[in-house]
Ligand binder design. Structure first.
Ligand code: SAH
Ligand code: MG
Length: 226
């Protein structure tokens, strides 16, 4: 399986072709330095592209999802898909299709599925990560929680990727854009680009160092003025 074959597959999901290709390239670059993690596996589309990038380095992708769908994927909501409704439980269940995707693409030795809420997964997490892809719940609370829980696990120079960034509020919810701006204004990240709705940031120690130098300089100015 290579990227050309992968592109020919029709995997259920919410990801533009340009975004998918970026995920592949970024995971291929990042996974040399440590495992990657995604929040929001759904039926495995982003998993496929991130996973292939990791596989080519012998790396690992942790893929976190409770597999019961986000708010907007529930019955009666905009992104409801009746094929994903489990008749017995009455719940959305994407896990079977997700497993099929991972098996079909020969990613079983690369992808570690974590079937749990991302906030529960984060509770005892301690493994440093080379890439974090945030594409889970899109309420402000969910996006903010994912941002605060996972950012601290990024390795120096690690990638933070945020999906569904809409600069124009009429095009989509603003929670992902909000955490994107939060990351930029924290001074911990360098914004590399936004490809379609995929925000790409890099954890930058250099920037932090510059901020520390600036703080030192400010302190000196204050001391001089006294
Ligand atoms: N990345 C996918 C799309 C993800 S859709 C693709 O490429 O197609 C968002 C997913 O986030 C849904 O499957 C939903 O179940 C999951 N999700 C929402 N809130 C979550 C939470 N708190 N913990 C774990 N998963 C969550
Ligand atoms: Mg998305």
């Amino acid at each position: 399986m290579d990227i050309r074959h992968l592109k020919a597959k029709n995997i259920k999901g919410f990801l533009g072709d340009d975004e998918a290709e970026q995920l592949y390239h970024l995971a291929k670059q990042a996974s040399q330095f440590g495992p990657c993690l995604e929040i929001g596996s759904y039926c495995g589309k982003s998993t496929a592209y991130l996973g292939l990038g990791c596989k080519e380095n012998g790396g690992i992708l942790f893929s976190v999802d409770h597999h019961h769908g986000s708010e907007e994927q529930q019955p009666g909501q905009e992104y409801f898909d009746s094929e994903l409704l489990d008749k017995d439980s009455g719940l959305i269940d994407t896990f079977n299709i997700f497993r099929e995707t991972v098996r079909d693409l020969l990613l079983e030795d690369t992808v570690v599925a974590i079937v749990a809420k991302s906030e529960v997964t984060a509770r005892l997490w301690s493994t440093p990560l080379s890439l974090v892809f945030i594409d889970g719940g899109h309420t402000f609370k969910a996006a903010f929680t994912d941002y605060t829980n996972w950012v601290s696990h990024l390795l120096p120079d690690g990638y933070l990727l945020i999906h569904d960034i809409f600069l124009d509020p009429s095009k989509g919810g603003q929670a992902p854009y909000f955490i994107y701006q939060l990351a930029l204004s924290s001074g911990l990240f360098e914004g590399l680009s936004i490809i379609n709705t995929l925000g790409i940031l890099k954890r930058s120690l250099h920037k932090q160092r510059k901020d520390e130098e600036l703080n030192k300089w400010f302190k000196q100015q204050i001391n001089f003025s006294h």
